[in-house]
Design a protein. Structure first.
Length: 331
């Protein structure tokens, strides 16, 4: 006899962000693992617009959403400066939490949220979709198999063109700035592929002269085994979303590392002694995989907490970049 399918987990959304509207909630409503129950945003009007679009209830205040007994888990997509507050409130209300990246503003916020989730037996996940794309698992396998030889350096960049002047990511009071928006991607990729114990050995930030908001930057890291990493990020560049792992036998490059569309067929390229070997991988919806893993973790009562360690390590690197960076005012 076939076991009955588990009922969908009931999700509430706090935050009426662009990423929620364009990507996350449209994916949620198409998945059997989830039932979108309610949404709350900055204003009742915005919440009502989302509710009409996605066929759920609208709550005038986030607190009311957290009080609903028919909400099992909460997706938080508020401005970055509010990630910790609303993720903490949701955990205290007994809800599993998926919070948009980054998990907080600094290492202290990351530690407190992870500790709270573990103490309460709740799933806490950070919205780094790219971590769930199989292309990175394949890269890790190639590294572990010695295909590249001994790894000596890592390079990564996530850069985008300038944003509209009123974009929330230019608001320092709401957790804006390039480091927290795009810089965390190459930092997180470095922790994924190079392992624990990374140290910031140098950093430079281009900052807005009027208020010190970071617009772009570069970071140098070193691993305990001596692997060197060069990272670039910013709001001032032609688009780039890539990383390269360089060994003493071969070099591997992923050209759409962080935001590949669900239909994009990844291309991993290995270069060795003048020979170029392209590896075509299958297209994959990394957001759907993240949401599916979050559902599994919620059903398991928290699931694998190793991701907490990596989230904390990355935010510690963010703190170290801030502490050591040379700041160059521009504009």
């Amino acid at each position: 006899m076939t076991a009955p399918a588990a009922r969908p987990l009931r999700l509430g959304a706090i935050g009426t962000s662009s990423i929620a509207w364009r990507r996350v909630l449209p994916t949620v409503v198409g998945m059997p693992e989830w039932d979108l129950v309610a949404v709350a945003g900055r204003t009742p009007k915005k919440a009502a617009l989302f509710a009409e679009q996605f066929g759920c209830a609208a709550e005038e205040e986030p607190e009311a959403l957290l009080e609903r007994p028919d909400v099992d888990a909460v997706y938080v997509s508020t401005p970055t400066a509010l990630h910790h507050e609303w993720a903490e409130r949701a955990l205290l209300a007994g809800k599993h939490v998926l919070v948009e990246k980054p998990i907080g503003l600094d290492g202290s916020e990351a530690r407190s949220l992870c500790a709270l989730a573990e103490a309460r037996g709740l799933a806490l996940r950070e919205g780094f979709m790219f971590l769930h794309h199989p292309q990175h698992t394949r890269v890790r396998q190639l590294m572990d198999e010695g295909r590249l030889g001994g790894v000596v350096s890592f390079q990564s960049a996530f850069c985008i063109p300038p944003l509209p002047e009123d974009d929330i990511r230019y608001d320092a009071g709401l957790g804006g700035g390039a480091l927290l928006d795009v810089g965390v991607y190459p930092l997180r990729a470095a922790t994924l592929l190079l392992g624990p114990g990374l140290e910031v050995t140098g950093a430079t930030l281009r900052t807005r002269a009027s208020d010190g908001l970071d617009l772009s930057g570069q970071v140098l890291l070193a691993s305990p085994s001596g692997v060197l990493a060069e990272l670039a990020f910013g709001f001032e560049h032609a688009y780039s979303s890539t990383y390269t792992v360089w060994g003493d036998r071969a070099r591997l490059t992923v050209s759409r590392a962080f935001t590949p569309p669900a239909t994009h067929q990844p291309l991993v390229v290995i270069e060795e002694e003048g020979r170029r070997e392209p590896l075509d991988l299958s297209a994959s919806d990394q957001l759907m995989l993240l949401l599916r893993e979050f559902a599994s973790a919620a059903r398991a009562g928290g699931g694998d907490v190793r991701q907490h360690t990596d989230s904390i390590a990355m935010m510690d690197l963010v703190d170290a970049v801030r502490a050591t960076a040379r700041r160059i005012p521009v504009g």
